[in-house]
Ligand binder design. Structure first.
Ligand SMILES: [Zn+2]
Length: 321
């Protein structure tokens, strides 16, 4: 009996020692893992950005929007509120961030909305100062303005002549544009409005002749104000129509006509946009033209109409991006 008790005691001691050892090993392991986890966390951008002064919600936004290279850059400069505010801009385009920041630095008086708008539409450059060839692979969505130019030999493939019921004289535009225009013409007619096109497709050489005659007579500044340079006229796309009504073809009074009132709020349903809106000259490069409509298809036209933006803004954000 005595022997057995001694054995039992020894056994109990053994178990006890073993448990203590287990607890020690467990604690060491636990704190080791904790130390390792801490070490790992300190390597993360979340930790580094928090240390750099960003709030957790800001860190989440930055990590969601930026790659490691950009995050490293953010850590190398003082906390940058401009970057966070730019991300909130409706028409922010990720690959233009460097341009926004550079332009903002030089133009601290402008709001970030203006910075984004100008950089997106290239109007941070003067008209014709920075020109790029139009991407004609975009089809009916291509852009042509004082920055985007069409190649000299660009002629739309499917030009058709508009029946003289719908146009003054012989006018041409792409088939899709003409079909959409006739749909619109019929809808307008049902509302007592008789639309008439009085200018449509214009070739590069036609535009060159117009521009050069203005320039010869009154100089380059005058020519640039009233005519597009060759390659920069939207009429060369075959997608633009100057639309008046049978009883009003005046560029002075057309904006007061019932036809304009109807076009303004209905053209988008047929795929057309008023291309040179009121008070948007600084973006489009043209003063208000109540008669110049551009075919872009119903989807794009509706978006441009609903967002109340120029096609230049639309193109940058929705097409080119
Ligand atoms: Zn026009």
């Amino acid at each position: 009996m005595v022997v057995l008790t001694k054995k039992k005691r020894k056994l109990k001691k053994g178990v006890y020692k073993f448990l203590v050892l287990l607890i020690i090993v467990g604690l060491l392991g636990y704190s080791g893992i904790k130390l390792y986890k801490d070490y790992k966390y300190k390597q993360t951008y979340e930790y580094k950005l928090l240390q750099h002064g960003y709030k957790l919600e800001e860190v989440k936004i930055l990590e969601k929007n930026f790659d490691n290279k950009r995050l490293d850059w953010l850590l190398s400069v003082p906390k940058n509120k401009t970057v966070l505010n730019l991300l909130k801009e409706k028409y922010y385009i990720a690959n233009k961030l460097d341009d926004y920041l550079a332009y903002e630095k030089e133009n601290a008086n402008l709001s970030l909305t203006e910075i984004v708008l100008k950089v997106n539409t290239l109007t941070n450059y003067d008209f014709y100062e920075h020109t790029i060839e139009s991407d004609i692979s975009k089809g009916i969505l291509l852009n042509c303005n004082k920055y985007y130019r069409l190649p000299e030999d660009y002629v739309p493939e499917d030009l058709v002549t508009i029946n003289t019921n719908y146009a003054f004289g012989t006018r041409q535009a792409t088939k899709e544009t003409v079909d959409a225009y006739i749909n619109m013409w019929n809808a307008a007619k049902e509302n007592g409005i008789h639309l008439m096109v009085n200018s449509a497709y214009r070739s590069y050489s036609d535009q060159e002749a117009v521009y050069n005659s203005y320039k010869a007579k009154n100089g380059e500044a005058y020519a640039d104000k009233y005519a597009a340079r060759p390659g920069h006229s939207e009429h060369q796309t075959g997608l633009s129509l100057d639309i008046f009504s049978i009883d009003n073809t005046s560029t002075k009074t057309f904006e007061n006509s019932a036809a304009y009132a109807w076009l303004k709020d209905n053209a988008h349903k047929y795929g057309f946009i008023l291309r040179y809106s009121k008070d948007k000259e600084n973006i489009t490069g043209y003063s208000f033209e109540a008669w110049h409509y551009r075919y872009v298809g119903v989807e794009a036209a509706t978006k441009v109409y609903e967002d109340d933006i120029t096609y230049d803004e639309y193109y940058a954000y929705y097409i080119e991006k």
